[in-house]
Write a protein that binds this ligand. Structure first.
Ligand code: FPP
Length: 234
């Protein structure tokens, strides 16, 4: 059985999980952090090369301030609690997105996680935070336009590979499998460029209930898919 090289996850359903239990939404995100810990471990054990999770989108700023700051506090807590084990497991952490506008403690934690794991050679664990697929594409266009305006780049030489090299995921393979928990059938501005040929797997399971066994179910379904990339069956 193949293990997808790059698995990306939209960790949805935390709020509904909490509501159904009569708890505040933040309790759902807290429980979601526990799921995340298990899934990172499972991906590491299975030999997945890259795991990307959608922790906070450029649109999530619209949520109530308590929830927004609660999610950033969870990032601080996650790094404080998990960094040692992540390092012991040779996990390299990366942030996809613009971490500049994050609260100071969250930005510091994000930077610490990236810096202290940068030489690790195991699972590459990308946390998409203040990330939006369209914002990422606009940023890449701007970077190329700047080089062109400065006379360092001939616009005619821009191709897909060059464009991809300006994305946060520059040196990473595109996601083979995108999992969305919580049942919604959409990508919500996640990995807009990179998802062109990703296999999609949506489960009704809320993220806090998503276990390593459920991850294996998703991988099994992925292994039954016929990936043609626009071609025809051999
Ligand atoms: C979407 O569920 C989830 C989020 C916007 C936050 C995800 C964050 C975590 C799982 C924990 C934080 C971990 C780190 C490393 C920061 P939702 O709130 O939209 O759920 P709903 O659709 O049921 O309302």
């Amino acid at each position: 059985m193949n293990v997808p090289a790059h698995i990306a996850i939209i960790m949805d359903g935390n709020g509904r999980w909490a509501k159904e239990k009569g708890m505040v939404r933040l309790k759902g995100h807290q429980a979601g952090m526990e799921s995340l810990r298990e899934i990172v471990r499972a991906c590491s054990d299975k030999g997945v090369k890259v795991l990307t999770v959608y922790a906070f989108s450029t649109e999530n700023w619209k949520r109530p301030i308590e929830e927004v700051s609660g999610i950033f506090s969870l990032l601080v807590r996650y790094v404080a609690k998990e960094l040692k084990e992540l390092n012991a497991n040779n996990v390299q952490i990366r942030m996809l997105g613009d971490i500049d506008p994050l609260p100071a403690d969250a930005k510091k934690a994000a930077q610490k996680a990236v810096d202290s794991t940068k030489d690790n050679t195991g699972l590459i664990f990308c946390i998409a935070i203040n990330y939006g697929g369209r914002a990422e594409i606009v940023r890449a266009a701007r970077l190329l336009a700047k080089q062109a305006a400065e006379g360092q780049l001939d616009p005619a030489s821009i191709d897909e590979a060059m464009f991809a090299s300006q994305l946060y995921t520059a040196d990473l393979p595109d996601p083979d499998l995108i999992i969305r928990t919580g049942g919604e059938m959409r990508l919500s501005n996640f990995l807009t460029w990179q998802s062109a040929y990703s296999e999609l797997y949506v489960t009704d399971t809320y993220w806090p209930d998503f276990t390593p066994d459920k991850l294996q179910e998703a991988i099994d379904v992925f292994n039954g898919r016929d990936r043609r990339y626009g071609g025809i069956k051999a």
